[in-house]
Design a protein around this ligand. Structure first.
Ligand code: IVH
Length: 629
């Protein structure tokens, strides 16, 4: 299950529509229809029917693996348990589970009457209700549902987005009555405003309007970027704001040593959620300077302890301090002085200079590296986090506990130590984890089982868990897919250490990886300390070879393809996306590793180089014939 790109302004929406036409190689003549519908602020859910019977329901989770919540979903009255006879054999309906605002208020009134703690907002309450172990509790919470998308379907009942949703309605699913099919940008933005005006009166929370290309054949041609479809976007409503005061400014030290200032605020409710902290990003941000040196606040307003500020919260994003109310600044407050030493380990904290641009980095970084307790523990927290090793029962609390220990049978300072903990415990007679407060025999066994379960792990998760700077989930997936095995990846990174040669070129040619990221990876593998940790980790853990993508039987799967010259049958973007969806890697330049060069009219130096290197070359028609039209 994918996510959506966000758009915030009318211009963003114009760009989105323009990009759809451009990708498809059409003039923006208003001929492509879009659907526009509210973006429900709930939890996405995929519900599977086999032979018209509900068989399973899963939350979105990390997009690939979600939580099985079938028993709880069965209690939701609005979700049909069976589909009509004309529905296909296999159907996965996707949509949003939510709690009505009125039901939420009733529930909180009841909690209050019973002297219990009240809930924060409908969305969190719905999430908690779905995760209940007792389905009876879920049932009592009266959750609701809107259907708006689908997964696997054995036979498509329609060829448009609108038609699909109408079919879901006929099958008994609630569908949103505010969904419309529109072509012109004026109409689309008009509908956005109309939904915005209705927002306060709707009995469910929404945080924007989702636009989708209506024709499913066009959706298919447009395809996906790494995480989101090219054929859809979420036009968000403006964020909600409130006034409060800055009580203090604390400095947090992150995994990469970045010193992040955080404003401690007098608690204030913004859009139904109590806000007590807001990120101040970096030294310049506090001064009112943006990342490119631009002014971000009127008259260079800086943020000081004691100031009254405007805070903004948009969706799940960390609250921001937007501006300072200068009239309310108390007399005598002084400008904030950003620390030059790490508040955790005392090492120097510096702003590096970018080698290329010569500009000062906006981030102040602790130079303590592994010596810094904050960096080391944040590394471990990242390592065990949900999208990395995801070790059940091993969260931030456990990291802090094991890290602080001085006992050889307990201490965990680096990731491999997690996997030797059981052995060290077994060998020790003195410190038994099960005798320590907060652990018991059962929970210790559970913890060790959870750790053992991760001795084999997907390559992309493994790479992501290493915590290499700039390597997020998407990049880790690209690397896993490109290099296939961990051994191949590490060998290539070491080979690329001179920032020249084939291995370096190859890394830079991976679509989606730019020079900054490439450098960061190579730097990581130059550090002996990292190699030591990874080496010890590999003694304990086996990263699986990356899964071959679904289209592995396509004739171009695994091949490196370069497009050059002008293409006539499709735009460059579409050609690239299509090749990638068939499992090919698309590179920007020709090298020894290139398998195929597709050359349109006007091809020049790349074609010459391909011929020189003996790379197979073909024209657009031959390429189309190869991939099956
Ligand atoms: S379409 C491939 N339509 O928004 C795109 N999503 O930010 C499938 N959401 O995970 C999503 N209302 O939970 C779509 N009308 C709507 C939606 C909607 C809420 C949520 C959904 C998704 C998230 C993406």
């Amino acid at each position: 299950m994918l996510s959506l790109d966000n758009t915030f302004s009318d211009e963003d929406v114009q760009d989105f529509i323009g990009s759809v036409y451009r990708f498809l190689g059409q003039l923006p003549d208003g001929s492509i229809a879009f659907t526009a519908e509210p973006k429900i602020d709930g939890l996405s859910m995929s519900i599977r029917y086999e032979n018209r019977k509900l068989v399973s329901a899963a939350t979105r989770g990390d997009g690939t693996t979600g939580e099985n919540v079938t028993a709880n979903v069965r209690t939701i009255k609005q979700i049909p348990k069976t589909l009509p006879a004309d529905a296909p054999d296999i159907v996965e309906v996707r949509g949003e589970v939510y709690m009505a605002k009125s039901d939420f208020l009733d529930l909180n009134a009841q909690m209050e009457a019973e002297g219990k703690q009240t809930y924060v907002n409908p969305r969190n309450t719905a999430a908690g209700s779905l995760r209940q172990l007792d389905a009876k509790v879920t049932e009592s919470r009266k959750l609701r549902f809107f259907a708006y998308a689908w997964g696997e379907i054995s036979e498509m009942p329609s060829d448009t987005q609108m038609g699909m949703v109408e079919t879901f309605g006929k099958w008994g699913f609630p569908v949103n009555p505010l969904m419309k099919r529109l072509c012109n940008i004026e109409d689309i933005l008009g509908h956005y405003r109309e939904i915005g005006l209705k927002r306060p009166d709707l009995d469910y929370d929404i945080d924007g309007v989702v636009y989708k290309v209506d024709r499913l054949d066009l959706q298919q041609r447009l395809g996906f970027r790494s995480r989101s479809p090219r054929w859809a976007t979420a036009h968000k409503f403006p964020a909600e704001q409130a006034f409060t005061t800055v009580e203090n400014i604390d400095i947090q030290v992150g995994r990469t040593g970045a010193l992040t200032p955080v404003a401690r605020l007098t608690p204030v409710t913004v859009g139904g959620v109590v806000v007590t902290n807001a990120t101040l990003h970096n030294e310049d941000y506090i001064k009112g300077i943006g990342n490119s040196g631009e002014r971000i606040r009127e008259d260079d307003h800086d943020i000081r302890i004691g100031d009254t500020v405007i805070v903004q919260r948009a969706g799940d994003v960390i609250p921001q301090v937007l501006d300072v109310v200068m009239e309310k600044r108390p007399a005598g407050v002084e400008a904030y002085v950003f620390p030059r030493t790490c508040p955790v380990c005392g090492s120097h904290a510096v702003r590096e200079r970018n080698e290329k641009t010569g500009k000062l980095d906006s981030v102040t970084r602790c130079t303590g590296g592994f010596v810094c307790r904050a960096q080391a523990t944040e590394h471990l927290k990242h390592f065990v986090s949900r999208n990395a090793f995801d070790i059940e029962g091993f969260g931030t609390k456990q990291v802090d506990f094991f890290f602080e220990s001085e006992d050889d049978a307990l201490k965990i300072r680096t990731a491999p130590d997690i996997f030797t903990l059981k052995k060290r415990q077994e060998a020790s007679t003195l410190t038994k984890l099960e005798n320590i407060d907060g652990f018991g025999k059962v929970s210790v066994k559970k913890l060790f089982d959870a750790i053992d379960e991760r001795r084999s792990i997907a390559l992309n998760r493994f790479i992501y868990a290493l915590g290499i700077r700039h390597v997020g989930e998407t990049t880790a997936k690209l690397l896993a897919r490109h290099y296939g095995t961990y051994e191949a990846f590490e060998a290539a990174m070491k080979e690329a250490s001179s920032l020249a040669g084939d291995a370096w070129q190859d890394l830079n040619n991976v679509e989606g990886i730019g020079e900054i990221v490439a450098r960061a990876i190579v730097e990581f593998y130059k550090e002996p300390r990292n190699l030591d940790v990874v080496g010890r980790l590999l003694d304990e853990v086996t990263p699986q070879a990356a899964e071959q993508i679904a289209a592995s039987d396509s004739p171009v799967a695994g091949k490196t393809v370069v497009f050059t010259g002008s293409l006539e049958k499709f735009t460059r973007d579409e050609a690239k996306a299509r090749a990638e969806s068939l499992g090919a890697k698309v590179a920007g330049s020709v090298s020894k590793k290139t398998d195929i060069l597709v050359a349109g009219p006007g091809a020049g130096s790349k074609l010459d180089k391909a011929r020189e290197l003996g790379v197979q070359t073909m024209d657009e028609d031959e390429w189309l014939a190869l991939i099956g039209g």
